[in-house]
Design a protein around this ligand. Structure first.
Ligand SMILES: CCCCCCCCCC(=O)SCCNC(=O)CCNC(=O)[C@H](O)C(C)(C)COP(=O)(O)OP(=O)(O)OC[C@H]1O[C@@H](n2cnc3c(N)ncnc32)[C@H](O)[C@@H]1OP(=O)(O)O
Length: 254
């Protein structure tokens, strides 16, 4: 086990040098700033060979006009133009998403020996586009904010014609969990206190906004609202606590 964990960490470190996947790897290994600080002196290691993995956070044919409009709103702020006409990174960053995040992040080599080989990320394992969780996450590091744009498919029905409360909680956990990982490195959800204020119609698109509240030692407290995309309707209000854990702790708990 110790050997595999060593290999895993080496692999994650090597991947952190690749801009396209650095955001994804950082979710499981620590914040960008701590990475930069800790591994500044590590030489770039050769890239492992990646299995083909589909990035589910990109638009597909099931995305309606509302999710597309929100996607374009945030995506257009991921790269901005300077007055001199040069392109540079903007305030927002789109996060890629895979159905087996850890396998992809490590090149699919080591984790399959530690974690069940058939495991898949819950929100990304339904093949039919548009049937369940269609979403994309953007993070704004300067403002310590994360947003999820979520189109709820017909397999997520709870009350007739509306989204199941557990599916809503899943998306809140996904957005706040990803955000907390950005802020604090590997974490586990300790609690999500969700107030359901108004039901979400099946097939609609909502905005899930996570804000940093405070950090106390290993504890990261977040606030999260789910609203209609124009902000006029409040669907849920959440306070969340995430507790920092070590990567080996995560794997043992997995
Ligand atoms: C790339 C894809 C990304 C997808 C993102 C998806 C994110 C999904 C995240 C999850 O869903 S994780 C799965 C659901 N969560 C769990 O299964 C967690 C189960 N619980 C645990 O494993 C442990 O209870 C936990 C890691 C949360 C804490 O155990 P520890 O032994 O590490 O910590 P400890 O109990 O010593 O508590 C540390 C601090 O947190 C506080 N604390 C812990 N649990 C609490 C709680 N529930 N309520 C309030 N405070 C709590 C505790 O009081 C203490 O505060 P102080 O430091 O001030 O003394």
């Amino acid at each position: 086990m110790a050997k595999y964990l060593g290999q895993l960490l080496s692999s994650l470190k090597s991947l952190s040098s690749v801009p396209a996947i650095r955001a994804h790897v950082a979710l499981w290994t620590g914040s960008f700033s701590s990475w930069t600080h800790t591994f500044r002196s590590i030489k770039t290691l050769p890239l492992p060979i990646f299995p083909k993995s589909w990035d589910f956070s990109q638009p597909n044919s099931s995305w309606g006009p509302e999710i597309m409009q929100m996607y374009e709103h945030y995506n257009s702020q991921c790269e901005v133009e300077t007055e001199e006409g040069e392109k540079k990174a903007g305030p927002w960053r789109r996060l890629p998403s895979y159905n087996r995040s850890l396998k992809f992040a490590t090149g699919g080599v080591y984790l399959s020996k530690i974690i069940q080989s058939k495991a898949r990320l819950f929100t990304r394992n339904i093949k039919e586009p548009g049937a369940a969780f269609e979403y994309v996450l953007f993070v704004n590091e300067a403002e310590q904010r994360c947003v999820g744009i979520f189109q709820a498919g017909h397999l997520l029905e709870g009350p007739p014609g509306h989204v199941h409360g557990g599916a809503i909680a899943t998306m809140i956990d996904t957005v706040t969990g990803t955000h907390a990982t950005f802020l604090s490195g590997p974490v586990m959800t300790a609690y999500l206190n969700i107030n359901y204020r108004s039901p979400i119609p099946l097939g609609s698109t909502v905005l899930i906004e996570s804000l940093m509240d405070k950090k106390e030692g290993r504890k990261t407290f977040l606030l999260c609202n789910v609203t209609s995309t124009d902000g006029s309707k409040l669907h849920t209000e959440t306070t969340a606590l995430f507790v920092s854990v070590s990567v080996s702790n995560l794997i043992q708990k997995g």
